[in-house]
Unconditional design. Structure first.
Lengths: 477, 542
C-alpha cells in the first residue's frame, strides 16, 4: 500500500516534507498498522504516538487526507495522505499537546461532599466520554482567530458545572477561556471519535448559565431584547418580505405540491430579494407556497447565545402559524433557521431546506449561466442538517463552471459576528483565502449570514442558490 | 558523569496508569512527587482500556469474607492471603475515594453505586461506568492529579533504577529525544503494569512491555509466579491487525453466550454451574479445547453472542463494544462476535508486602507489576480495585520513607552510558527481535504448555538476548532498552513455566499428571531474584 506521510525533524533545519512510502499490510489494516510498518520496515526513527490500539486512549490522532481521525480505528486506504494534527509540531506526527492539557479544568472539591444523584450522572455521561485526542482542537476554526481554548476545554467546564461535587465557578472560567468565541459550526462534533455534541451540550448550556447571571455579551443582550420586542432579530428598515408577498403563491399550470414557507429574519428584513427569487423558483416548478404572516424569528440567535428564555414563545407562535396554514411541509432557505426548526423544535410538520426539497420533488433544468462559481457549505446546512449533495446537484444544473472548495466555517455563526466582529473577520479572512484559490467569480451559498459575512471578507458577489437558479430560468425566457 | 539533566524529589513514581496516578496523589501529601510516563500520563498503560469494572463489597448480601474467598478460589489458592485480605477490605473505600473525587460511575435508581455480576464471584460485586470503567477511573484520577502539585514527566522512559548499595534512590531516564537524565528520590514506586506485549496476540496497549519487572529484577527485587499469565477468553479474531483486542467480560456479564460452530453452548461441558461466567482460566481453556478439537471457526475462534438481548441493553451497557464492532462491519445486536483467547494479565510480578514494599529498601510497587494478589488467575474486576488499593498503599509507604542523603553511583551511570553506546554497533533491528519473541512466546508458552515447547522457547529467547540490538539515533534508545526488558520478562515466564510442574490457575502443563487439587498442591510461589530461581515446596502438604 502506498501512502504519503508528512515528515519533519526540527534538528535538520528543513521545513516539513511529504514522503511517499510503499509498505505491505494485511487486509483491513488501520492507518496505525501502516505507520507501524513504516517504522518497523523502513525508518525506525519515524515518530508517532500510539498506545491502546482500540480507540480508547486518544494518543494516535492524526490527520488523514486533511481530517482528524484516530489512526488505530481508521481503515487505511491506498493513497492516504497522513499529517499531524494542527497543533504546534514536535517531530513527524508528534505534536505538542501539553499547552492544551494545561487548559483542562480539574475538579475543585468542596468539603461538604455533596453526593451525586443518578440523574446528574446521566446528564454528565455524554460529556465524559472524551479521550482527549484533541482532534477538535486541531479542527476548530475559532482557535486560531481568538483566545478560544477549544471545544473539549468547554466540554470539561460544562462537565464540572453539572457536577454537584465541584465547587468551582465554571461560568466565569469558561468565559475567560473564550466561551463566546464558538461559532457553533459543529466541526468538532464531526471529527470527534466519540461524537460528543459539544456546541449543543456544553457551549450553549454554559452560555445559558452565563445569561442567567447577566454575563452575556452586550450585543447579544441587545439582540435578545429586540427579538422579545418585535419578534424579529433584524430591525425594520424597509418593506419586509412578508409585507410584499401575498399569503399564497399559486404556481403556473399543474400544482405539484403545496408547502409552507419560513422566511427567517435576515431574508425578511435585510436581504429580501433572494427570498423573492426563491418564491419565483418554487412557482416555476409548480409548487403552491403558503406564507403565514404571523411567523416570527426561529429563535436561533437566542439559543446559540444562551439567551433562550423567550424561545418557547417563539416556538409556539411559529408552530401555530404553520399548523393553522394546514401544511405538512415547511421550506426554509436559511441554513440557520432550517437547522433550528429541525433540531431545536418538535414540529408536527416536515421541515426541508429548499435544496433538499427541489431534489426530492424534481426540478426543471435551468439554462446554464455565465461565470465561475464555488460553493460555500453553510455549517448549519452541512453539519446542522447533513446536506451537502443537493446544493451541488442544483449548482451543476445551472453552471458548467463549478469549482469545489473544502468546507470551513466563515466565522459568522453562533453570535460571533454580532458579539465579536473582529474574530468573525479573522475567521473569515482564512475563508477568503480559500475562496481566492478557487479562482471563482461568484460564491453560492444557502445562508444569509454566510452571504453577508463572505461578501464583507471577500468583496466577491454572493448568490443564494435560488437566485442563481432563477437566472438560469430567466435565460430560458 | 555525562548526564546534565538532573532532578530531585521525595517520591518518584514510574508508570502512569491507575496504580501510578493513585500512588502519586497519595505520595504528594508527604513531599515533592514526580510521576514519569513513557507515554502520556492517563493515556498509557492498560487501566484506561479496562472495560468491565471494579470489584468492591458494598451491600449487605455480600461480605469481605466472600470477596476474599472468591478471589482465593479464582486464584487457585496461589494468592498471598494477606494481600487478598487487604484488597477485599479496602476496595470499598477506594471506590468511595473515586466518588468523592468526581467519578461518573453508574448509579442505581436509589443513587447507590450500581453493581453487576462478573465471572467467578458469588455476588454482583462489580461497579462500572458502562463498558469504559477504566477510562472513567483514569479521567477521575487525572482531574485529581491535575489539581495536585505532582510534577508530571511525559514521554520519559526509565532505563535503570539507581541503587546506592543499600537502597534504591532514583532512576536513569531518557526523554523523547534520547537525552539521558537522572531523577533522584528518597523512594521509588514501580507502577508500570504488565507485559502482554511479549505475546503475539494480546489485549494490552503497546505500552504493556513489562519494564517494571525488568527494572525491579535488575535492582535485586524478588519476583514471583511469572508463569501465571492470564489469557482472557474473549479477544477479537479478525481483522488480522485487530487480533487480541479485548471483548470485555461485561459481554458475558450482561448475558452473552458462547457457542462452537456446531451451535453448542459448550460451557455445559466445562463448568455447568457457572457456564460463561466461570473464571477466565477455565473459559479460555474451554475455548482453546473446542478450537483444537475442530469445533472452532476457520479463523480459530468461537462465537460470543448477545443478539438475544434487548437492543437497548446492548446500546447502553456495551456501547464501546457495539461501536468497535460496527467499525469492522459487525452489528452485535444482530450477529455474534468471533472470539478467541488473548494474552491479558500478568498475575505474577514483584513480590510485595501489604504495605507495597518490595524486597529492596525504598522500592515500592503497585498494580499489575506486582505478584501475589491474584494468585494463578485474576477475577474480572479485581485489577482496577488492585490499582487503587495498592496504589494508595504504595504512595503512603513511599511518602513516609525517611529522607536520606543522596549518593549517586557514578559507576552505574557510566555503565549505562557505555551500554547505550554499544547499541550503535549492534546488528539487529529491535522490531525484528520483538516480532520473533512474540511468535515464540505465543506458539510455545501459551495456554497449553509442555516441557519440550518450553525448552525450545528458552533456547530461542536466549538466542535473541544474545543478538546485539542496533539503533541509529539516540531517539531509538528507549526502544532498544524496552526490547531487552521484554526479553527478560519472556525469559522469566519460561523459567517459571518450567519450574511449575503442575497445572495451576492460568498455567496448564499437558505433560504433567498430578494427584493434587489447587488447595492441596505441595507447591507455593515460583520465585526469581537476580540469577536465582526456584519454586517453594510446602512441606506440610507433601
Amino acid at each position: 500500500m502506498k501512502v504519503t506521510i508528512s515528515r519533519f525533524d526540527p534538528d535538520t533545519g528543513e521545513p516539513p516534507k511529504f514522503v511517499e512510502y510503499d509498505v505491505s499490510v494485511k487486509e483491513a489494516a488501520r492507518v496505525l498498522n501502516v505507520l507501524d510498518a513504516v517504522r518497523d520496515t523502513i525508518d525506525p526513527g519515524f515518530a508517532y504516538r500510539h498506545c491502546c490500539r482500540g480507540g480508547q486512549c486518544g494518543s494516535c490522532a492524526v490527520r488523514v487526507n486533511g481530517e482528524p481521525v484516530l489512526a488505530c480505528m481508521q481503515e487505511a486506504k491506498e493513497g492516504d495522505v497522513i499529517e499531524p494534527l494542527e497543533l504546534p509540531r514536535i517531530r513527524d506526527l508528534v505534536t505538542d499537546i501539553a499547552p492544551v492539557m494545561a487548559q483542562m479544568a480539574w475538579m475543585n472539591l468542596g468539603c461538604d461532599c455533596t453526593p451525586v444523584t443518578q440523574q446528574e450522572i446521566e446528564e454528565i455521561k455524554p460529556l465524559r466520554e472524551c479521550i482527549e485526542c484533541y482532534s477538535c482542537i486541531s479542527a476548530c476554526p475559532a482557535i486560531a482567530a481568538s483566545d478560544f481554548k477549544g471545544p473539549t476545554i468547554m466540554r470539561q467546564e460544562q462537565r464540572l458545572d453539572l457536577d454537584p461535587r465541584d465547587k468551582g465557578d465554571r461560568i466565569l472560567e469558561a468565559i475567560e477561556k473564550g466561551l463566546f468565541s464558538c461559532t457553533t459550526c459543529h466541526k468538532c462534533v464531526e471529527v470527534c471519535p466519540k461524537n460528543i455534541e459539544t456546541p449543543r451540550k456544553a457551549i450553549e448550556k454554559l452560555r445559558a448559565e452565563a445569561a442567567k447571571r447577566g454575563l452575556s455579551l452586550p450585543a447579544h443582550k441587545a439582540l435578545a431584547s429586540l427579538i422579545e420586542k418585535t419578534g424579529r432579530s433584524v430591525e425594520r428598515k424597509e418593506r419586509t418580505f412578508l409585507e410584499q408577498i401575498p399569503d399564497v403563491i399559486e404556481p403556473e399550470g399543474e400544482v405539484r405540491a403545496t408547502v409552507g414557507f419560513f422566511v427567517g429574519c435576515m431574508f425578511n428584513g435585510r436581504v429580501v430579494q433572494p427570498a423573492l427569487d426563491a418564491m419565483e423558483v418554487l412557482r416555476l416548478n409548480g409548487i403552491r407556497v403558503i406564507i403565514p404572516k404571523d411567523q416570527v424569528c426561529c429563535g436561533s440567535p437566542l439559543i446559540r447565545t444562551g439567551l433562550s428564555g423567550f424561545v418557547p414563545e417563539l416556538q409556539k407562535r411559529n408552530i401555530d402559524a404553520f399548523v393553522k396554514a394546514g401544511v405538512d411541509t415547511v421550506i426554509t432557505i436559511c441554513a440557520g433557521c432550517g437547522s433550528t426548526l429541525k433540531n431545536d423544535y418538535d414540529t408536527p410538520f416536515r421541515v426541508l431546506d429548499i435544496t433538499e426539497f427541489l431534489c426530492e420533488i424534481g426540478f426543471k433544468a435551468p439554462e446554464k449561466v455565465e461565470g465561475t462559481y464555488t460553493y460555500h457549505d453553510p455549517c448549519h446546512l452541512l453539519r446542522g442538517q447533513g446536506i451537502s449533495e443537493q446544493p451541488r446537484i442544483l449548482l451543476n444544473s445551472v453552471t458548467d463552471n463549478f469549482v469545489e472548495m473544502p468546507a470551513r466555517c466563515c466565522g459568522a455563526g453562533g453570535g460571533v459576528k454580532s458579539g465579536l466582529p473582529e474574530q468573525a473577520a479573522a475567521i473569515g479572512a482564512v475563508r477568503a483565502e480559500m475562496v481566492k484559490k478557487t479562482g471563482a467569480d461568484f460564491i453560492v451559498t444557502v445562508c444569509p449570514f454566510c452571504e453577508f459575512h463572505l461578501h464583507q471578507v471577500t468583496g466577491l458577489p454572493i448568490k443564494q442558490i435560488g437566485s442563481l437558479m432563477l437566472e438560469g430560468y430567466r435565460k430560458q425566457g | 558523569m555525562g548526564i546534565e539533566n538532573k532532578t530531585d524529589c521525595h517520591v518518584l513514581v514510574i508508570g502512569s496508569g491507575g496504580a501510578g496516578i493513585r500512588a502519586a496523589v497519595e505520595a504528594e501529601t508527604f513531599g515533592e512527587t514526580i510521576i514519569v510516563s513513557k507515554t502520556i500520563t492517563g493515556k498509557g498503560g492498560c487501566t484506561v482500556m479496562a472495560e468491565g469494572g471494579f470489584n468492591a463489597v458494598l451491600n449487605e448480601e455480600d461480605s469481605i469474607q466472600t470477596h476474599f474467598e472468591d478471589t482465593m478460589r479464582g486464584g487457585a489458592f496461589l494468592n498471598d492471603e494477606s494481600l487478598v485480605e487487604t484488597l477485599a477490605s479496602e476496595a470499598p473505600n477506594r471506590i468511595r475515594d473515586l466518588f468523592s473525587w468526581g467519578a461518573v460511575f453508574d448509579l442505581a435508581k436509589d443513587n447507590t453505586i450500581a453493581q453487576r455480576p462478573f465471572g467467578g464471584q458469588r455476588c454482583a460485586r462489580t461497579c462500572y461506568a458502562g463498558d469504559h470503567t477504566g477510562h472513567e477511573l483514569v479521567m477521575t484520577l487525572l482531574e485529581k492529579l491535575r489539581g495536585s502539585s505532582v510534577q508530571i514527566e511525559n514521554e520519559v522512559t526509565v532505563l535503570d533504577l539507581l541503587y546506592d548499595g543499600e537502597r534504591v534512590n532514583g532512576a536513569i531516564t531518557c526523554d523523547r529525544e534520547g537525552e539521558l537524565g537522572v531523577i533522584t528520590a528518597d523512594s521509588v514506586i514501580l507502577a508500570t503494569g504488565g507485559a502482554g506485549q511479549v505475546y503475539d496476540t494480546t489485549t494490552n496497549s503497546t505500552a504493556g512491555t513489562g519494564d517494571g519487572y525488568a527494572l525491579g529484577y535488575k535492582a535485586g527485587a524478588q519476583l514471583i509466579d511469572m508463569e501465571q499469565v492470564q489469557f482472557h477468553p474473549t479477544g477479537a479474531v479478525t481483522p488480522y491487525d485487530s487480533r487480541g483486542r479485548l471483548i470485555t467480560e461485561a459481554v458475558r456479564g450482561e448475558g452473552g453466550t458462547l457457542k462452537n460452530t456446531l451451535g453448542e453452548r459448550f460451557m455445559t461441558k466445562y463448568d455447568p454451574a457457572r457456564m460463561e461466567l466461570s473464571t477466565r482460566d477455565i473459559v479460555s481453556r474451554a475455548i482453546a479445547t473446542e478450537v483444537l478439537e475442530g469445533r472452532g471457526t476457520p479463523h480459530g475462534g468461537v462465537w460470543l453472542d448477545v443478539s438475544h438481548l434487548p437492543r437497548e441493553q446492548i446500546e447502553t451497557r456495551l456501547p464501546i463494544m457495539l461501536n468497535q464492532f460496527l467499525k469492522y462491519g459487525v452489528d452485535i445486536r444482530n450477529e455474534p462476535m468471533e472470539v478467541a483467547p488473548t494474552a491479558h494479565h500478568f498475575m505474577g510480578g514483584i513480590m510485595i508486602t501489604p504495605e507495597a514494599k518490595t524486597t529492596v529498601p525504598h522500592l515500592y510497587a503497585a498494580g499489575e507489576v506486582t505478584g501475589g494478589v491474584h494468585g494463578g488467575n485474576r477475577l474480572g474486576g479485581n485489577a482496577l480495585a488492585d490499582t487503587q488499593v495498592f496504589g494508595r498503599r504504595a504512595g503512603l509507604a513511599a511518602g513516609k520513607t525517611e529522607r536520606t542523603a543522596r549518593t549517586i553511583d557514578a559507576a552505574q551511570i557510566k555503565a549505562a552510558e557505555n551500554k547505550l553506546q554499544s547499541y550503535y554497533n549492534g546488528s539487529t533491528k529491535t522490531a525484528d527481535v520483538r516480532r520473533s519473541m512474540k511468535t515464540i512466546m505465543w506458539n510455545n508458552v501459551g495456554i497449553y504448555r509442555n516441557e519440550l515447547d518450553l525448552r525450545v522457547a528458552e533456547r530461542e529467547i536466549r538466542k535473541l538476548q544474545n543478538t546485539p540490538l542496533k539503533i541509529e539515533s539516540p531517539r531509538e534508545l528507549p526502544d532498544a532498552v524496552i526490547t531487552e526488558n521484554m526479553l527478560l520478562v519472556a525469559q522469566l515466564v519460561i523459567e517459571g513455566a518450567l519450574l511449575r510442574r503442575e497445572s495451576r490457575g492460568a498455567h496448564t502443563r499437558t505433560d504433567v499428571k498430578q494427584t493434587w487439587t489447587n488447595e492441596t498442591s505441595p507447591f507455593g510461589h515460583t520465585f526469581f531474584v537476580k540469577g536465582k530461581s526456584g519454586i517453594e515446596i510446602l512441606e506440610e502438604k507433601l
